[in-house]
Write a protein that binds this ligand. Structure first.
Ligand SMILES: O=C1O[C@H](COP(=O)(O)O)[C@@H](O)[C@H](O)[C@H]1O
Length: 251
């Protein structure tokens, strides 16, 4: 696993623009080398701001979006189109504005999906979809080129919350999450092994309210206390922060 590198931006707007520019350039690079690229999207304020900034970036048209697979790190277990779904936010911010291949947009299904209100079954279905895209790999997920994560003030990432059992899951790649402390209570999340299978993990955080979570993530805190501490990529781990989110770090 890679050691995190911290990049501090003056404010949240420049953070979003910086992450967007880096994503565009990383995808151009990856697509020059491989037939397809894969990105794992996050919900939450900073992640969606970065996607909106990609949509606004004129360089975005240099990316062949039809060769990009989109996955999600987590999803709120709500029906398609619900404004609280991470999918809805990502579609509005970016996916509806670029020429994606719909077959490459891999959503986590909600209660209106084939598994009804069984979030565990829906998570298992997502794990199977990940495995189908990653023949012969262990864990059975693609080598995501970029996996983006937001962070909650409680130091959660994806839907892995402090003190909840899912953060300790090691055999499955996607799980149902119940009794989430942040609404809605039912969710689906990638697990730590799936996150750590990514080539690059990008932790994107803005705001003073998350400064302590950032500090914990970078100071070797226990996973059970600060799930963000498990966010590490194989090749690279970046913490993209604004000044406020970086304010609890040593100078
Ligand atoms: O509920 C969620 O929260 C986190 C953080 O969101 P933020 O609005 O505090 O930035 C997000 O990363 C996750 O994807 C989402 O489901």
């Amino acid at each position: 696993m890679s050691a995190p590198k911290v990049l501090v931006h003056p404010d949240a707007e420049l953070l979003a623009a910086g992450v967007a520019a880096r994503l565009v350039s990383r995808l151009i690079e990856v697509l020059a080398e491989k037939e397809s690229a894969s990105v794992v999207l996050t919900g939450g304020g900073s992640g969606l701001a970065a996607l909106a900034a990609v949509a606004a970036d004129p360089a975005r048209d240099a990316v062949d979006w039809s060769r990009v697979d989109f996955w999600w790190g987590d999803e709120r277990f709500l029906p398609e189109g619900d404004p609280e779904r991470n999918e809805t936010g990502a579609r509005e911010a970016l996916l509806d504005r670029i020429p994606v291949d719909p077959a490459r947009v891999h959503v986590m299904r909600g209660p209106d999906g084939p598994d009804g209100d069984d979030a565990d079954a829906s998570a298992a279905r997502y794990a199977a979809e990940l495995a189908a895209a990653a023949p012969g790999r262990t864990p059975a997920v693609p080598a995501f080129d970029v996996l983006m994560l937001g962070v909650g003030p409680d130091a959660h990432i994806a839907s892995l919350f402090p003190g909840h059992p899912e953060v300790h899951e090691r055999s499955r790649t996607a799980v149902g999450v119940h009794d989430s402390p942040k609404p809605p209570p039912t969710r689906i999340s990638l697990t730590v092994p799936a996150i750590q299978a990514a080539e690059e993990v990008w932790v994107i955080v803005a705001g003073a309210g998350k400064a302590e979570a950032v500090r914990l993530g970078l100071s070797g805190a226990e996973a059970a206390k600060a799930p963000v501490a498990t966010a590490r990529g194989r090749r690279a781990t970046y913490y993209f922060l604004d000044r406020e989110a970086a304010s609890a770090l040593p100078a």
